[in-house]
Design a protein around this ligand. Structure first.
Ligand SMILES: CC(C)(COP(=O)(O)OP(=O)(O)OC[C@H]1O[C@@H](n2cnc3c(N)ncnc32)[C@H](O)[C@@H]1OP(=O)(O)O)[C@@H](O)C(=O)NCCC(=O)NCCS
Length: 152
């Protein structure tokens, strides 16, 4: 949670899980649980969501990830992210999927780059939920258009 404004206490974390499950039930897609088949049933989540804040690129569908630290460095986020892009472009027929994170979050940016998303500095933005001057306020935005996906 280094690149999030704060760690959620247990009750807020569980409330977040419940909201995520409701969103999944309503839409039929969302932030999927990631399993390492035959090894660990749950190491985190990767999937698609709709950001609740307003920015120059919203409304949009975002791809995001959060994997338990002991499972970093195996390519699991990248593999699950490609599966999520496949779902978004092939099943949902989206025209674009974005991803964003604090500009300090190099590991997350690494996933965006590995899955073939592209970055334009002109898209970078200050997250509207964070106060001016907060160390995490500056965010990068990466995009993948349907045409990019079709070329992969
Ligand atoms: C962002 C996050 C998911 C990245 O995890 P990760 O393990 O670095 O990412 P990947 O799953 O793509 O794995 C890439 C690493 O696995 C290695 N790897 C091994 N096999 C691989 C394969 N088959 N394919 C791709 N990478 C592979 C890569 O070389 C890379 O190693 P490196 O870290 O030494 O460069 C993780 O840091 C995280 O959960 N962070 C906390 C939550 C967070 O910040 N989320 C984003 C907020 S917006």
């Amino acid at each position: 949670m280094e690149y999030f404004p704060r760690c959620l206490p247990r009750d807020e974390s569980e409330a977040w899980v419940s909201r995520t499950q409701v969103a999944m039930a309503e839409r039929g897609w969302g932030l999927w649980a990631v399993e390492v088949r035959g090894v660990v049933p749950f190491i985190g989540f990767v999937g698609l969501s709709v950001p609740m804040f307003t920015a120059h690129f919203t409304p949009c569908v975002e791809i995001g990830w959060r994997i338990a630290k002991e499972f970093w460095g195996h390519g699991y986020a990248t593999e699950a992210a490609i599966a999520s892009l496949h779902f978004g472009f092939e099943k949902l027929r989206l025209q674009q999927i974005v991803s964003f994170t604090a500009s300090l979050n190099e590991r997350s940016i690494g996933v965006m780059q590995r899955i073939g998303m592209t970055h334009n500095c002109a898209d970078d933005f200050d997250h509207p939920s964070l106060p001016a001057g907060h160390r995490l306020q500056r965010h990068v935005l990466y995009r993948m258009q349907r045409s990019d996906w079709e070329r992969l």
